[in-house]
Design a binder for this molecule. Structure first.
Ligand SMILES: [Ca+2]
Length: 75
């Protein structure tokens, strides 16, 4: 169970890091962002689904993390 929690935390950090890095690259002008949606256009072509599903992905990860933490540290 603990391994699942650690893996989930790692995935959450990784996924948030990618979204954060996308914003950093476009805001600082290090990556092309013609449509101004804070996603590098090169990434959008290849991983568009990852960004269009951002809300769903973060929601699912949040639910999973909350569930695992609740199991690990019961009140
Ligand atoms: Ca873009």
């Amino acid at each position: 169970m603990n391994e699942v929690l650690i893996t989930t935390v790692f995935i959450v950090i990784l996924v948030s890091g990618v979204y954060f890095y996308a914003g950093y690259l476009t805001k600082t002008g290090k990556a092309e962002d013609a449509d101004g949606n804070l996603i590098p256009d090169e990434w959008e072509e290849k991983f568009g689904w990852f960004f269009s599903a951002k809300g769903l992905i973060m929601f699912t990860l949040g639910l999973l993390l909350g569930y695992l933490l609740g199991n690990q540290f019961p009140i």
